[in-house]
Design a protein around this ligand. Structure first.
Ligand SMILES: [Zn+2]
Length: 193
């Protein structure tokens, strides 16, 4: 903040750097700990655990418009993600996302008359004739439909099977997005990873 204010006053980054270094030296001499003005080193999270995540190293990049340091984090499952320090410290992240998927698969979660587990898994019904769920023969065409939140939505009829499948896939993507949002709301992260 202080560094920012100096920059806003029109001082060159180089001058600010010298200034910050001098002030830090003075503080050290006076017996105080250095104030953290050096960018990217505000909080050292190296090796700290956040649920299944372990902070590995701070990155130079930032999310546009965000000042919090991005950390490369490794999940217990082996996957790596980038997470902002402030969000890590607030307990926003508990895993790379694998925990949420597990919770979903363990529970038979119904939201708005919809089984999210069924929506978010890719199982083809055994009585399906097209090889793709929600796509079936209707007279001389292929019809696509999707069931969500207790309603069946017709996605149109197509001469070509692949067009019907494409329509169904688009609808699936939308439904999955919506279901994931619902899951987010009912499954707020807890401290137990
Ligand atoms: Zn993971």
């Amino acid at each position: 903040m202080w560094r920012q204010r100096l920059l806003e006053r029109g001082l060159s980054p180089r001058t600010v750097e010298v200034y910050v270094t001098d002030v830090n030296a003075l503080l050290k001499w006076a017996g105080h700990r250095e104030l953290c003005f050096t960018q990217g080193r505000a909080v050292d999270l190296s090796g700290r655990r956040f649920g299944r995540l372990t902070a590995v190293e701070p990155l130079a990049e930032r999310i546009p418009g965000q000042r919090s340091v991005l950390w490369r984090c490794r999940c217990d499952c082996g996957k790596e993600i980038k997470a902002q320090a402030n969000q890590l410290l607030r307990g926003y992240y508990q895993s790379c996302g694998c925990r949420k998927a597990e919770v979903l698969m363990e529970s038979n979660l119904y939201v708005d008359n919809t089984n999210l587990k069924a929506v978010l898994s890719d199982t083809v019904r055994k009585d399906n004739t097209s090889g793709h769920p929600g796509v079936f023969r209707k007279r001389d065409k292929w019809a696509a439909r999707i069931q969500y939140k207790g309603k069946i939505y017709s996605l149109g009829c197509y001469y070509r099977r692949e067009d019907a499948i494409r329509a169904r896939k688009n609808a699936e993507a939308w439904v999955k997005d919506d279901a994931e949002r619902l899951l987010e709301m009912v499954n707020t992260p807890k401290q137990t990873g």
